[in-house]
Design a protein around this ligand. Structure first.
Ligand SMILES: [Zn+2]
Length: 195
């Protein structure tokens, strides 16, 4: 009887039968919440990077990292300038990768993976990484991983600088990103990470 109520709720048997047989797939499609697909899902769902890095990337994409511009929006008084360069207001867009510190790490990664370009604004970079990540190639897979690991690394360095007053130089941070990617990538892809 419970199933009957469920069938009634989805509009009867017509919508959940294929060739006269009930389809579990159709039923699942009918009962699950209908939500809009997000364009950036490949960066999060098809990424072999560490889960913590993917999570920080997800927060950055949603603009939910606690950057100084968000604190100001929440009426929390603080010095708005970026911890690294102290010349521009801190925001997700500035941290990834307008800031000279972040830009130098990301540009080294692009160079290592053989992309002849300079990193752009965060929004543009997300779209570009998505586009490149669609390719089922070593370069595409590594780019998705490097993107998440770079964002995580920069965020950790930013927090370390805030709490201890010290942070790793861009060159060392770059090597840490590569090491993290090398730990998690497919064995056959690792050769592309040799510096
Ligand atoms: Zn900066």
């Amino acid at each position: 009887m419970n199933c009957r109520i469920l069938v009634d709720n989805v509009g009867g048997w017509t919508g959940i039968t294929v060739n006269g047989k009930m389809s579990i797939r159709q039923l699942y499609t009918q009962i699950r919440p209908q939500v809009e697909k997000v364009t950036w899902k490949r960066i999060i769902c098809n990424n072999r990077a560490f889960a913590k890095s993917v999570f920080i990337t997800w927060l950055a994409i949603w603009n939910r990292l606690v950057t100084k511009d968000r604190l100001t929006t929440l009426k929390i008084t603080c010095d708005p300038l970026c911890f690294f360069c102290a010349s521009t207001a801190e925001s997700v867009s500035h941290l990834f990768f307008e800031c000279s510190y972040s830009a130098s790490i990301w540009n080294k990664i692009l160079q290592l993976l053989g992309f002849c370009r300079i990193g752009q604004r965060f929004d543009s970079e997300v779209l570009w990484v998505l586009q490149q990540g669609r390719r089922a190639t070593a370069k595409g897979r590594l780019l998705l991983m490097c993107f998440a690991e770079t964002i995580h690394c920069i965020w950790i360095q930013r927090n370390t600088l805030m709490f201890t007053g010290d942070y790793k130089p861009a060159d060392i941070a770059f090597r840490e990103v590569i090491f993290s990617v090398a730990c998690r990538c497919i064995d056959s892809d690792r050769k592309y990470l040799y510096v």
